[in-house]
Design a protein around this ligand. Structure first.
Ligand code: ASP
Length: 368
């Protein structure tokens, strides 16, 4: 995976006191074109369409600088190295810009947005990820409005968060999930309302916003590549699935459970109890950190409610509270990759680091 960045045509000229926005193009359908191999992001496509959008140079628009981060990728091809190269690109340019727009594929956008929220701790300005369901080449592309509004949000609004702008809604990135592969409303956020909604005006829900941080770190340091996985529990899942997945070198697992965070209390016929492999994994040295997230798109994990959930607690599984499985997986990866001890990772998985969870939500619900 190359990490070089190529400067593409800049839309605006310098020397103005207008806000400055850096648009980083990393890939996705928005800048794709049809090739004999199917849709692919091709350098030059985005630049050609941006050059044909007079709206971008209007007096009310922030000054825009466009950069392509090579290689442009379908987001299905992105991995944690790509999260780091995007984070580095933002940190390197932080002093020069008032906000950032990242043009990214929708398929793994919520993973990248979550990872950026953990890697860019201390953020003071907007980082808005957007993309589109239809390429800019398409006459009905949703990409044009996404680009224009994201640039306005990044340049003009004080939202010190990593967000996703899509279909008139600005979502906190680490709370979002891709919910549809063809509707224009491609993202939802079951546990947090939009930070802003866009109609004739842009209405920001100020009380949801995080406070600005002290500023970005000097660099992003991921010191190793940890082994993490996710497992969606399903009726009839066998003990062997747990045993093989939890075997060393696994270090972290996001366990996607049913409803309020519950889990089968009996094994499949002929299988022994499913809880045993989990208990063994969380108590070995070094332990596997197992985080419980619900398969539901909204609601809170409450391991105290059902017998199955209580058995998870007894087996050393920790609650993912109201985190999405995507946020939990990227958080687990980033904390382990930073070189933190398993105890420290376990502790931080239950804390709100970047607005990804509300650790008091379960208590509040239990109290009602
Ligand atoms: N496969 C594309 C991607 O994630 C889908 C999209 O951008 O909408 O890069």
């Amino acid at each position: 995976m190359a990490s070089a960045s190529t400067t593409a045509p800049t839309i605006a000229s310098a020397g103005s006191d207008r806000p400055r926005v850096c648009l980083l193009h990393v890939g996705g359908t928005i800048g794709m074109t049809k090739t004999p191999d199917g849709l692919r992001p091709v350098p030059g496509v985005l630049e050609r369409y941006l050059a044909g959008m007079p709206e971008l140079t209007g007096p009310d628009m922030p000054l825009l600088y466009v950069e392509r981060l090579d290689p442009l990728l379908d987001s299905a091809d992105m991995d944690p190295h790509d999260w780091v190269r995007i984070a580095r690109a933002i940190i390197e340019r932080d002093q020069e810009f008032d906000g950032f727009v990242v043009l990214h594929g929708t398929d793994t956008m919520v993973y990248t947005a979550s990872a950026l929220s953990f890697l860019l701790s201390g953020l003071r300005k907007p980082v808005v990820l957007t993309g589109s369901q239809l390429s800019l080449e398409h006459v009905r592309s949703d990409g044009r409005e996404h680009i224009i509004t994201s640039i306005i949000i990044a340049g003009r609004l004080r939202i010190p968060e990593v967000c996703i702008y899509f279909a008139s809604r600005l979502l906190r990135g680490n709370r979002a999930q891709k919910i549809h592969n063809s509707d224009f409303v491609a993202f939802g956020s079951g546990n947090l309302p939009p930070l802003a909604t866009v109609g004739v005006g842009i209405s920001v829900d100020e009380h949801l916003l995080r406070a600005p941080g002290p500023g970005l770190p000097d660099r992003v340091e991921l010191v190793r590549e940890p082994h993490v996985a996710a497992l969606r529990v399903f009726p009839g899942v066998g003990r062997g699935v747990f045993e093989s997945l939890l075997a060393p070198p696994l270090e972290g697992l996001v366990l996607e459970t049913y409803g309020a965070g519950t889990f089968p209390t009996r094994g499949r016929e002929g299988d022994e109890d499913l809880i045993e492999p989990l208990r063994a994994a969380t108590s070995r040295t070094p332990p596997v950190i197992v985080v419980n997230c619900s398969q539901c798109h909204g609601g809170i994990v409450r391991q105290d409610v059902y017998a199955g959930g209580r058995r998870l607690t007894a087996a050393g599984v920790i609650s993912g509270h109201d985190m999405t499985p995507e946020a939990a997986l990227t958080k687990l990866y980033c904390l382990l990759a930073m070189g933190l001890s398993p105890d420290e990772v376990r502790r931080r998985m239950g804390e709100d680091l970047a607005g990804e969870l509300d650790a008091r939500a379960a208590e509040r619900e239990a109290g009602t």
